[in-house]
Design a binder for this molecule. Structure first.
Ligand code: MN
Length: 251
């Protein structure tokens, strides 16, 4: 069976996932394997020390008590016969721009798929509360790009991080990863039993103005498509470091 595998990190009941699945199901069979709850900011985490349960809540729709990366593994290797033509993740509640990508379960689900050799796209919508209009516009972007990638394919080791602005869309751009600014937001408080607790989560304070970046594109109400690599190696640094005089004496 040929199918598109869909997952997310906001959980199986997210309206963003429903919009993604409904759109792609209009032209391709879709298998959904998604976390049974919100696992946002879980990054590329893989569950190795506990069993995973996959509950088929509807035909070809599986809720898993694991991470997005677990879901990609189960969707590719275990739950259904055949392999996906494409793996899609999202539509995430909130943009995944700049520094966000290594924290993002949405993006790392696509990373996991790319590491396994499958073309993959992560979709995020720059809104915390999805309006019907925003979701409809995002669904149009999904429709366009999924069809495009199914025909054009993707280079080996490359996956797409797609961010969709809220409000009317002014265009679509290929971008590079930018730089978001977060406040130094560790909140320290005391619980009712007198113990300290800490809450990470400084609010977003802006982004660096980098022409051609994902942040700039979305701020200009454009859809941002960043091709990301599975390898984090810096080829430029390897060249620069070639004259490092490294040696270890190991006795
Ligand atoms: Mn999320």
């Amino acid at each position: 069976m040929s199918f598109v595998l869909a997952t997310n990190d906001d959980g199986i009941h997210s309206p963003g996932l429903a919009a993604l699945v409904d759109t792609v199901a209009g032209f391709e069979p879709v298998v959904v394997v998604a976390p049974d709850r919100n696992r946002s900011a879980i990054g590329h985490a893989l569950t190795l020390d506990a069993p995973l349960r996959a509950d088929e809540i509807r035909p070809d729709v599986f809720a898993v008590d694991g991470t997005p990366t677990d879901c990609v593994n189960l969707g590719v290797h275990g739950l259904v016969a055949g392999k996906p033509r494409l793996v899609v993740s999202g539509i995430n509640r909130g943009a995944n721009l700049g520094d966000d990508i290594t924290c993002s379960g949405t993006v790392c689900a696509a990373l996991e798929a790319a590491l396994m050799g499958f073309p993959a796209i992560a979709f995020s919508l720059d809104a915390r509360d999805f309006s019907v209009e925003d979701l409809a516009r995002a669904a149009d972007v999904v429709d366009y790009l999924v069809r495009y990638v199914l025909v054009a394919g993707l280079p080996s080791g490359v996956f797409l991080n797609v961010n969709i602005p809220s409000g009317p869309i002014q265009g679509i751009s290929l971008t590079r990863q930018g730089k978001r600014h977060y406040g130094e937001g560790i909140v320290h408080k005391t619980d009712p039993r007198g113990r300290s607790y800490y809450w990470i989560g400084g609010g977003l304070t802006g982004f660096e103005d980098i022409p051609g970046s994902d942040c700039n594109a979305v701020a200009a109400s454009r859809v941002s498509i960043t091709p990301l690599r599975t390898s984090l190696t810096s080829e430029a640094a390897l060249e620069k470091m070639a004259d490092w005089n490294l040696s270890l004496s190991l006795d």
